[in-house]
Design a protein around this ligand. Structure first.
Ligand SMILES: *Cc1c(COP(=O)(O)O)cnc(C)c1O
Length: 372
């Protein structure tokens, strides 16, 4: 009998042990250690940015990026309804207002065509969040931002190694963020990074992640910062993981291709689009969407797959349906039909870096069994 297939297992088969041993042998374990700078430079090089600022997780990276931009109280930030809470939370915590747009039913990313009608005199920024494997359509989004003088925050947490028209994701807009949670393309256990080409923003991020200590007078503060520092231990993992990024991406694409081959004739399933005019899917995760004719929802599908020993995760739950925001009246009466359908009909199957070919076949066979 085959074992249960977890939805994600990280792969730590490069120089992770060696670099961690270096931290322990030298005593450099805090954020002052040399791997932090190496990891920042490696990430900046990987996505063609001037500055990298390592932080303790991707959510902290978003908080730092939004704070660095000084958008001002009441500023509106346009973002997809279908995303992780971290995006909206970072905006709300700075006294700003998230303004939502629905998703594209094929690419699952924000419908860039809906952005312009959401712009008001208070709009200050757009948060572009790349979802699951294909990038947001950046060219028209960049044009809108230029036309209206808006800042761009690019959340590329799921898209390290992906490109948009040949240019690395994480290299667009004023500031971008990554996460190194264990299900991301590279992991540091917990970890995140802010990237920018703007030296002023880079300095603000460095200060914000480190309690806004003043350089001249350490324990005197002009602004409230955070302790979002990344440790040398985390960065040591990051440097080792980054060395194998190319292999990880090749492996994800192999997985996506194989799942698509095995599942494409199942009429009740919408599979991830393999390509868009501007990118090949990187398959951060392999998502499935149950078509309307299927008589059960994602929750039931995930329950049945778990009986078949296949791990799954639900899709995101849209921001306008979050109880935490409903309570405050934010998004009252708003409807985003594509995001709502994706939340109820979508889930993803095992997609981690350590997934073997046998496990791909086994998981795909279980999905076929589910849909019989
Ligand atoms: C994972 C993720 C985050 C949050 O990163 P953490 O490291 O888990 O805090 C933010 N945005 C997106 C799109 C993500 O996928």
């Amino acid at each position: 009998m085959a074992d249960f297939i977890p939805v994600n297992e990280p792969l730590l088969d490069g120089n992770e042990k060696k670099y961690l041993a270096e931290c322990i042998d030298t005593g450099w374990i805090s954020a002052e250690g040399p791997f932090v700078r190496r990891f920042e430079q490696g990430m900046a090089a990987a996505v063609n940015r001037k500055f990298g600022i390592a932080v303790c997780n991707g959510t902290a990276a978003l908080e730092t990026a939004v704070a660095a931009l000084e958008l001002g109280p009441g500023a509106e930030v346009i973002m997809p309804a279908f995303t992780i809470i971290s995006c909206a939370a970072a905006v709300v915590r700075r006294g700003c207002v998230p303004v939502l747009v629905d998703s594209d039913p094929v690419t699952w990313n924000m419908q860039v065509g809906q952005i312009e009608r959401k712009i008001t005199p208070r709009t200050k920024a757009i948060m572009a969040v790349h979802i699951y494997g294909l990038p947001v359509e950046m060219d028209p989004l960049l044009a809108i931002a230029r036309k209206h003088g808006l800042r761009i925050i690019e959340d590329a947490a799921q898209m390290l190694g992906q490109t948009y028209k040949g240019k690395p994701c994480g290299g667009f807009g004023d500031i971008s963020v990554f996460s190194f949670y264990p299900n991301k393309h590279i992991t540091t256990g917990e970890g995140g990074m802010v990237l920018t080409d703007d030296e002023h923003l880079a300095n603000r991020c460095r200060s914000l992640r480190n309690l806004c200590f003043k350089q001249e007078k350490r324990f005197v503060h002009d602004e409230l910062g955070y302790n979002f520092r990344m440790t040398n231990l985390q960065a040591a993992l990051g440097v080792a993981q980054l060395e194998l990024l190319g292999e990880r991406i090749a492996r994800k694409r192999h997985m996506g291709k194989r799942y698509t081959e095995v599942l494409s004739d199942i009429s009740g399933l919408q599979l991830p689009a393999s390509t868009a005019p501007y990118a090949e899917n990187i398959f951060w995760v392999y998502g499935l969407l149950l078509k309307d004719a299927v008589p059960f929802d994602a929750e039931e599908a995930m329950r049945r797959l778990s009986v078949l020993k296949v791990g799954t995760r639900p899709f995101f739950w849209p921001m306008h349906e979050q109880p935490v925001f409903r309570k405050t009246g934010l998004f009252t009466g708003q409807v985003y039909p594509v995001a709502e359908r994706m939340a109820r009909r979508g889930f993803y199957i095992p997609s981690g870096a350590a997934l073997t070919d046998d496990q791909i076949e086994q998981a795909a066979a279980a999905v076929r069994e589910l849909m019989r």
